[in-house]
Design a protein around this ligand. Sequence first.
Ligand SMILES: *Cc1c(COP(=O)(O)O)cnc(C)c1O
Length: 388
Amino acid sequence: MSSNHIETQAIRTQIERSQYLEHSNPLYLTSSYIFEDAEDMRASFADEKDRNIYSRYSNPNTSEFIEKICKMEGAERGYAFASGMSAVFSTFAALLNAGDHIISSRSVFGSTQTMYNNILPKWNISTNYFKINEIDKIESLIQPNTKVIYAESPTNPAVDILDLELLGQIAKKHNLILIIDNCFATPYLQQPIKFGADIVIHSATKLIDGQGRVLGGVTVGSEALIQKIYLFSRNTGPALSPFNAWVLSKSLETLPVRVDKHCENAFKVAQFLETHNKVNLVKYPFLKSHPQYELAKKQMKLGGNIVAFEIKGGIEAGRNFLNRIKLLSLSANLGDTRSIVTHPASTTHAKLSEDDRLQTGITGGLVRVSVGLEYVDDIINDLNQALN
Ligand SMILES: *Cc1c(COP(=O)(O)O)cnc(C)c1O
């Protein structure tokens, strides 16, 4: 019954049905599971049996969700977390030792950046950065204690593309673990393991849920690496709740059709913005004008749902634009059915120095649109009236 097609992998799993022969996988709200007898209990705790013991370790709903992501990403095994950030933190905490060193892309999610600056240094774990167009400088950053290369592609919020295959080659050559946060692409548009990633992380809160309801995260990779992450996590407790796992597994069933439509709408929005005289620059991976257009075409099935553009007139123009928006939401989320606009320079990235902002491609007039599933002309009309 197994199939290689990602649309089928997002829907079908080998679920065991109860006596009711339900078609859709039910929600298992149970914190623990019972044993037949003393021997069953002993063998289960000795890891001699592959079964549920306690929902901090595993649960049928989280297992179903993980199984789908693993198949879609081409990974051997995974673990599901309460949020994207608990996936990022637990992955670092499980794989790194005190005193280790990370080489990271400069353009990473804000909380990941905060982790590098304020949290990992507690264990003397340090980070050096490379810019998105300076992957060739990574080798000069490697130290004897370097363990990990970490990157996102496409990046937030500037929608730049990193060469995953090149990153994979460098990681392999120096025996480093390549971790890719694949949140913006989803497992449907891009599978980093094909290009040499060892670990793939998702915030499932974004396009995987896709309807702005639940938080979730997942890390997938090889059996050996995930075993370390599993042992760390089953003892420290960042597990995804069964309810959220059930929601997310249902969401995956429609991920391919939703993302197809998100990308179709985003491409039209990007094309419209390119023609507007108040717009300096539009960044969308599948626009020919994108600096890494060829790379995006190689790595991704479609261009994703995030469009970044720069309004003429800098930070004030960006804020004025947001105040004139009527239909779209001003919200911190992305990947929702509802389109969302944000102005990174005055919000998510306001705490950075202007120099640090510019290093990650965030100019004063940069606006990020998470293009949703409303009728595309309604989205375009709202952006148009706010620009004019
Ligand atoms: C949102 C996001 C995260 C964090 O995920 P949460 O579910 O909010 O904890 C990590 N990486 C990227 C790229 C994100 O967009």
